[in-house]
Design a protein around this ligand. Structure first.
Ligand SMILES: O=C(CO)COP(=O)(O)O
Ligand SMILES: O=C[C@H](O)COP(=O)(O)O
Ligand SMILES: [Zn+2]
Ligand SMILES: [Zn+2]
Length: 359
């Protein structure tokens, strides 16, 4: 069934195969990029990059991205658009991923306390699917109670992991706040200390979650910020991650030097060295959004600027007043330009994270 070096199937993977992939990533010192997708177009741009680089990939939808999948015209007062859009994205990705011949992890991004009805709705859909097909719809979800008290964060995360565990579904949690903006939550002015997680907190999480299920990861803050700002604004300390691993390994007496699967948020704007440092301390997933939003826009922007005279009117361009412009304004032509520039940027990430060629 598996046709790659990692030993997992192609298409969307679940359960033990997700753990196998992350274990392989830790052992071979790479991280899998987690790309925020908002449309079939951004999905195929990402899959194409991963296929061309012989890499696994993670595709994730944020709460806002899921609603966008449903359509901005659908009301979302009780997360109904985010649930329906998330389900639609999952079915689309599950259907198309095998055509690219690579393993894909299907994930949902940050879910803060006020958005928990979204996660509840996703889990309802997962359980319904599991009943019939023996896998959940999504490989994994994220719960993000990093703004709440540590005790509440861990207890609530444990409750959700108990629900995910029978489906062998992965759960990512966050401790230590990611700065910048996420899903309408503005963390631009949070106290600097809360951007850096303490090893004691990581151990508490590990101790609480491990007996429930082995399928969890921790997004531990080491100065991470969403978005791209002027150079010097963000001070990353990936070396803190090494302290977490040592602390847990010592306390638990594990032979494994990296007992914790770690996640790097706010990948945009970071340097290759920062990625490699974080990866060396056990980061297996790096989230990347803002840089890809820009990359996608660049291709479309350049097309519109260069072809201005071909998209201004339906008929008539520099080649003749009666020339039709249909083949210039067909959205498949100009949206494709955005896909190409996005694919190029995802390929670069796959090289930066040492993911390229791992299949
Ligand atoms: O962490 C992210 C999504 O959860 C992405 O962060 P960036 O937009 O900074 O790449
Ligand atoms: O939170 C991080 C991601 O960049 C999601 O962004 P979004 O809420 O704008 O979709
Ligand atoms: Zn957060
Ligand atoms: Zn994030």
């Amino acid at each position: 069934m598996s046709s790659n070096k990692i030993g997992v199937p192609n298409g969307v993977i679940y359960g033990e195969d997700v753990r196998k992939l992350f274990q392989h990533a830790q052992e071979h010192k790479y991280a899998v990029p987690a790309i925020n997708v908002t449309s079939s177009s951004t999905v195929v741009a990402s899959l194409e990059a991963a296929r061309d680089q012989k890499s696994p990939i993670i595709l994730q939808v944020s709460q806002g991205g899921a609603a966008y999948f449903a359509g901005k015209g659908v009301a979302n007062k009780n997360q109904e658009a985010s649930v329906a859009g998330g389900v639609a994205a999952a079915h689309y990705i599950r259907a198309i991923a095998p055509a690219y011949g690579i393993p894909v992890v299907l994930h949902t991004d940050h879910c803060a306390k006020k958005l928990l009805p979204w996660l509840d709705g996703m889990l309802d859909a997962d359980e319904a699917w599991f009943k019939e097909h023996k896998t959940p719809l999504f490989s994994s979800h994220m719960i993000d109670l990093s703004e709440e008290e540590v005790k509440e964060n861990i207890e609530t995360t444990a409750k959700y992991l108990k629900r995910a565990a029978p489906m062998k579904q992965w759960l990512e949690m966050e401790i230590g706040i990611t700065g910048g903006e996420e899903d309408g939550v503005n963390n631009e002015s949070v106290d600097n200390n809360s951007l850096y997680t303490q090893p004691e907190d990581i151990y508490e999480i590990y101790k609480t979650l491990s007996p429930i299920s082995p399928y969890f990861s921790i997004a531990a803050g080491f100065g991470n910020v969403h978005g791209v700002y002027k150079p010097g604004n963000v001070k990353l300390h990936p070396e803190l991650l090494s302290k977490h691993q040592k602390y847990v390994a010592e306390k638990e007496g594990t032979k494994d030097e990296k007992p914790v699967f770690l996640v790097f948020h706010g990948g945009s704007g970071s340097s290759k060295q920062e990625f490699l440092d974080a990866i060396s301390y056990g980061v297996v997933k790096v989230n990347l959004d803002t840089d890809l939003q820009y990359a996608y826009t660049e291709g479309i922007r350049d097309y519109m600027i260069n072809k201005k005279e071909y998209v201004n009117t339906q008929v008539g361009n520099p080649d003749g007043a009666d020339k039709p412009n249909k083949k210039y304004y067909d959205p498949r032509v100009w949206v494709r330009e955005g896909e190409k520039t996005m694919t190029t940027r995802v390929k670069q990430a796959l090289e930066d994270f040492n993911t390229a060629g791992q299949l």
